[in-house]
Every structure is written in C-alpha cells, then in structure tokens.
Design a protein around this ligand. Sequence first.
Ligand SMILES: NC(=O)c1ccc[n+]([C@@H]2O[C@H](COP(=O)([O-])OP(=O)(O)OC[C@H]3O[C@@H](n4cnc5c(N)ncnc54)[C@H](O)[C@@H]3O)[C@@H](O)[C@H]2O)c1
Length: 427
Amino acid sequence: MEKTLKIALVGAGMFGGDVHLRAYADLQRFGIGGQLARVGLDKWTRDLAPVKFDLVAVATRSANSAKRAQANFKEWTGHEPRAFHGDAPWDDILREIPDLDILAVATPDHLHTQPILAALARGVHVVTEKPMCLNIREADEIIEAARAKGLIVSVDMHKRYDPDHLRVRDDIQNRIGAPLYGTAYLEEPLEVATGTFKWVESSDPFSYVGPHWTDLIYSYYRSKPVSLTAVGQKKRLIRDGIMAYDAVQVRVDFANGLSMNFHNNWITPPEFEGPVNQGHEIVGADGKVESDQQYRGFRWWNAGDKSRTSNNHFTRDVTRPDGSSAYVGYGVDSLTVGLAAISRVKFHGETRESMALLYPTAEESRITCAIVDAAARVRDLNFQYLQEGKGATVSARFGEDGIFIVDPNRASEGADAVFQRIYDQPV
Ligand SMILES: NC(=O)c1ccc[n+]([C@@H]2O[C@H](COP(=O)([O-])OP(=O)(O)OC[C@H]3O[C@@H](n4cnc5c(N)ncnc54)[C@H](O)[C@@H]3O)[C@@H](O)[C@H]2O)c1
C-alpha cells in the first residue's frame, strides 16, 4: 500500500514561500529519510523512507501570490499544487480536499488560530509557524481540539534545533549550574517592518520573534513563568506613518529563579552586516554560556561590497552532484520533527501522546502564548503610563490561580483593579 501524506500550505510570504515551500519541495522529491539523523531520528529512516509527501495545495491572500508559489513549486519539483486564495482559503481547501493530512500554517501572527482550529475540526494535523497564537485562551482551544481528535499540532520552534542550543540543552546547562539571569535578543531589519509585512500594526517585535527565545528557554529548563514586566518604544516607525512598536523589552522571571531579559526590535538599519542580529547568554551559579547566533566567526568582505556575516546553520544549500541543491539546516529540522511525528501516527500506530517528546507541542507553546499575551497588555499599559510621566510600574503574575495584570496606578479603585485577573486557569 502506498503511504502518502497530503500537505496544504496556507501563507507563502517571506517565510512560507521560502523555507516551508523549499522544504516541502525536497520532501516531494526525496521523502524525509535524508533529514532524520539531523534530529536524532535515524532509527526510523527505513520505516519512513517509503512515505510520500505530496503538496496538494498552496493558499495566500491574493490570487497572484498563490499562483507565484504554485509556479515556484512546479519549477522546483515538476509537480503543481492547486492554488487557493482569499480571506479564509483554508476553508475551501478543507472542503475540497477532504483527505488532506496536514495543514501547514504560515499566515501572519494574528491569523494562525483560525486555520489551525478549522484543520483540527476536520481531523487534519497541523504544522504551524510560531507563535502558535497570541492569546492563551486560543492556545487552550487549540489544545482541547487537538486532544479530542488525537491530532498533532507541531509548532515551528527552530531555535531548539540549532546545534549550539542542543549542546546547551543536553550538556552545558548542567555545567553552568542553577540558572541566575540572562539575555536573549533578536533584532530584525527595518525592511520587514516598513516593506515586507503589511501586518506590523497587528503585532510587535516581541510577539513576532520573542517566542523563539521564550520557547528555547522553556525547552532548556521546563520551568514556567511566575512574573513579567514589559516596555516598548515608538520612535522610528511613526516617521513612516506606521503606528507600531519599534522595539519591545520583556523581563520574565521563571519558577526556577531564572530572570531573563528578552530584547527585540524590527528597526535595524540596512547597514548592519547580517540578515538579523541575534544571540543569548545565561549566567548560572557555576558558569556562563554565551551564544552569538548571527556572528559565529564567519565574516567576509570584498571589493564593491561591505563586510557581511551569515548564519549558515539556519538553512543552507548543499550542492548535489547534478548541480541542484539539497536544503538543510535547523530551520528545516523543526519541520522535520513534526512531520516525522505525524508519519508515525498515521502509518505506525503511534499516538499524539506517545509522540509528544518528539516535537514542539501545542502544550509547550501554550507557555509562550501566555507570556506573549500578558506582555502585550503590560507593554501597552506601561507605554501609556510612561507618556503620562507615571513610570513603567505595571507587571504580570502567573500561577496556579491564573494570570493577573498588576497595576499600582489603580490603587484608589481597590484590590480588584490593581490585580486584574485576565485568566483563571492554572498556567
Ligand atoms: N520560524 C521563523 O523563523 C519565522 C521567520 C519569519 C516569519 N515567521 C512566521 O511566519 C508567519 C508568516 O510570516 P512571513 O514572514 O512569511 O509574513 P508575510 O507577510 O511575508 O507572508 C504572509 C503570507 O500569509 C498570506 N496571508 C495573509 N493573510 C491571509 C489569509 N487571510 N489567508 C491566507 N493567506 C494569508 C499572505 O498572502 C502571505 O503569503 C508569521 O507567523 C511569522 O511570525 C517565522
């Protein structure tokens, strides 16, 4: 019996149209076997080698971009997926392709929940871009729907699969001892905010790229947040009439005592020597780890061009003997783990539960959703109070009794106003 997994991709912009589409192009032609040892799953190479991956549809907002993605895929593979477009093209896909196995979601940050829930309702597994969603209640809905149907929701948290980070998780964190404090930063180019994304006003730099780091820290220590505070600034993008935060800084305190500062912006000038600036460091009771993810000691310059750095670990082209390129890197690895888990569930009798250690799950992503959700509220209140000359005194507290926004500016209104409960389930 032929084993095939049918995939549909919604969202084929900067990320979906590049990383997802290229990864699915390699899967379409060669299957998943060649990727498995990279993520420690080589023992399944023989089992999964016969599985065929078929990109049956690609969907975007406009007809033109959908056709572009369709044409690119055909050029790379000789196979033409169906093209869909519109405000909710996932509904058309799910209706017209009832035997779909996987919906891959790479729509803008605020448009993940709808397609994820629609797919789960139809019994379709999901591979989604980060953040899974921007709100902890939506995270709960997704988890409930996935559990009820035994479906996988795998979240593309690729920082977990950076070889340097795997080393921290498996070895170095034990050497540096109990974590005390640290910083994680990801600074995006101005171009994404002023040109690439039409949705910057519906997101912010922390919601957009902070989840990479909050998830990584959670994957190292499995310790939940207990409190946070957040501030943001609006000075650069307003010059271009864009009413969005330039930068957001969030400090999260975790139950294990670690205090992490997350610094994000999307206003890095084009003169910066790499695509993004990123890294993290953690000080422990017995040592420290530093990881510069952008400048890894690899830099060049040449006549007619300035100095450049490059992170070749994320994705890279490996030239095949026939001159074409294989596409590998930790950016692909985080898709591989979810697809391997789905393959095991569909063809090898595994379950959602038995595969949970294999990939970044919806339950784990819920922690990041809780942080993103609370940070957005705290950030907005602190922004407003800072403008009024009242300082940035708002914070959030997480616990068994839910999530509270703590706003001392409302002391005259009583305790319920100072401690506003925004979520009443244990985090
Ligand atoms: N894992 C990573 O490193 C990484 C990097 C960049 C972006 N992302 C994430 O990927 C997602 C997409 O980001 P991007 O950079 O590709 O953004 P983008 O704006 O370049 O692309 C968005 C895509 O979604 C489509 N779209 C918008 N509204 C839609 C709708 N209603 N229905 C169907 N399609 C719709 C657009 O047509 C476009 O194809 C975001 O959630 C982002 O956070 C992840």
